[in-house]
Ligand binder design. Structure first.
Ligand code: URA
Length: 213
């Protein structure tokens, strides 16, 4: 089901930090696609590169483009609240990145070409971090990792919260916070509550691995 292979690296803390900072410099001077012409800032990632969990979103929006930080706009603030309800500290417990590192104009969905241009950065970030869980936040992140036939046959509402293993990594699709902002119900089985449960399950999974987050 998961169609991407990550060339996972086994780096110590110091090597990880050096590799990430070198990759960030390269990414910040990328001019491969048209998004580089309209961006203000490259949004490389934020959080803890030593954690076992990585969350992958779609692409930066206006506030992310202005600040250089992922998920800090309206949807990002809502995602942070959801994570906090499940006991996550977003600075400490995970590393947050996007499929595409530069803002698509008018927040349109990134094209396949733009996603392909950014894929080496994305896979290199994952290789360096070597996570145990990858949270696929929304359709764009899911499309990047799931086999296309499988993805076309399924909906995110069927897949969310499930764990899909590849190379010893659990891939967990979740609803995107932009969708959750349009779903107002706080009922137990409504998307907002289900997403809090998904984060809680992920936290529990990592805790039971006997490694620190
Ligand atoms: N902000 C991000 O950084 N990524 C998204 O996918 C949405 C908002």
């Amino acid at each position: 089901m998961i169609s991407k292979t990550i060339k996972l690296l086994n780096l110590n803390s110091e090597e990880k930090e050096k590799a990430m900072s070198d990759l960030k410099k390269i990414c910040e001077s990328c001019f491969v696609c048209e998004l580089s012409k309209t961006r203000d800032r490259v949004v490389f990632g934020s959080g803890n590169i030593h954690s076992k969990i990585v969350l992958i979103g779609e692409a930066p929006g206006a506030e992310e483009d202005a600040s250089g930080m992922p998920f800090v706009g309206r949807a990002g603030k809502f995602l942070t609240q959801i994570m906090e309800k499940a006991g996550f500290d977003r600075k400490k417990d995970l590393y947050i990145i996007n499929t595409v590192k530069c803002r698509p104009p008018q927040n349109r969905v990134p094209t396949d070409f733009e996603k392909n241009c950014c894929e080496d950065y994305l896979l290199s970030q994952l290789a360096i971090i070597n996570p145990k869980v990858i949270i696929l936040c929304g359709a764009t992140a899911c499309q990047t990792f799931f086999d296309s036939t499988f993805w076309k046959k399924n909906k995110i509402s069927n897949l969310r919260g499930e764990f899909f293993e590849n190379q010893g990594i659990q891939y967990v699709p979740i609803f995107h916070p932009s969708y959750l902002l349009r779903q107002h119900s706080e009922d137990e089985n409504a998307p907002r509550s289900l997403t809090i449960k998904d984060f809680a399950n992920i936290k529990n999974y990592v805790k039971n691995l006997n490694t620190s987050l």
